[in-house]
Design a protein around this ligand. Structure first.
Ligand code: NAD
Length: 242
């Protein structure tokens, strides 16, 4: 019998993270669903039975991330993939008005959170190899596609992914970043507003769904992507190509 794979998915209680947990479980993975929101996380994990364990995790706290990775080893014996997905939107506003606390909070969740997932995920993968998938954004590729602190943080995530891929490649640990365009999740509000924003700008006529992103994450997580590392892949209906 082939050994079942195990993953940690941060922010797994909602949106793209929940779609990723669903997709990985369908592929036979077992998953630690690590999320800040205990009510949503527990409810989501309960729907999957023994294949998914919820661990309350604030990705900005090192002890929490270390504990989530450790819980995966304890429950499933190993860690084959960490999906650093947890995210917050960050405040809109001009650079001249943004408060330092808002800026720091956005960076703590989005950048420190990804760094900690890489640090503790890679430690757990030593001697075995594995895959790390980070959530960037098209906002990290160009100005004006998101709030300022969010966009700067996502640009940092894209570079961090490439840096980590370079460092960890010799240990057979791949690191890639997925950069979604506008995907309808609680983070961006209802689909009606999104449709208005996208009208005329995005070549593909439909709005992006969490499942569209989860599909690419699942590909990068598994062995089919064994020669893909240091990459940043857009999943945006052609928005950045237009
Ligand atoms: P979402 O709001 O549906 O889900 C985010 C999840 O992260 C929530 O369950 C939330 O509880 C959790 N979370 C927030 N802060 C946390 C913390 N400190 N520790 C642990 N968990 C925390 O959002 P989503 O749209 O699914 O976004 C997922 C990722 O995709 C984010 O990194 C986001 O920046 C990125 N992204 C989303 C879009 C989009 O259009 N939805 C576009 C580009 C990138």
């Amino acid at each position: 019998m082939t050994e079942r794979r195990a993953a940690v998915v941060t922010g797994g209680a909602s949106g793209i993270g929940l779609a990723t947990v669903t997709r990985l479980v369908a592929d036979g993975w077992r998953v630690v669903l690590a999320d800040y929101n205990a009510a949503n996380g527990e409810a989501a994990a309960a729907g999957f039975g023994d294949d998914v364990r919820f661990v309350r995790t604030d990705v900005a706290r090192e002890a929490d991330v270390e504990a989530a990775v450790g819980a995966c080893v304890d429950a499933f014996g190993h860690v084959d993939c960490v999906v650093n997905n947890a995210g917050v939107g960050g405040a809109f506003g001009r650079l001249t008005d943004i408060e330092v606390d808002d800026w720091d909070y956005t960076f703590a969740v989005l950048v420190r959170g990804v760094f900690l997932g890489i640090k503790h995920g890679a430690r757990a993968m030593r001697g075995r190899g594995g895959s790390i998938v980070n959530l960037g954004s098209i906002a990290g590729l160009a100005a004006g596609a998101g709030p300022q602190a969010y966009s700067a943080a996502k640009a940092a995530v894209i570079n961090l992914g490439r840096t980590a891929a370079t460092e960890l490649g010799p240990e057979r640990i791949r690191v890639n970043t997925v950069c979604p365009g506008l995907i309808v999740t609680p983070l961006v509000g209802d689909g009606a507003g999104a449709a208005q924003v996208m009208a005329g700008a995005q070549p593909w006529p439909d709005l992006g769904r969490p499942e569209d992103v989860a599909e690419v994450i699942a590909f990068l997580a598994g062995d089919a992507a064994r020669f893909v590392t240091g990459e940043a892949i857009t999943v945006d209906g052609g928005l950045t190509a237009a």
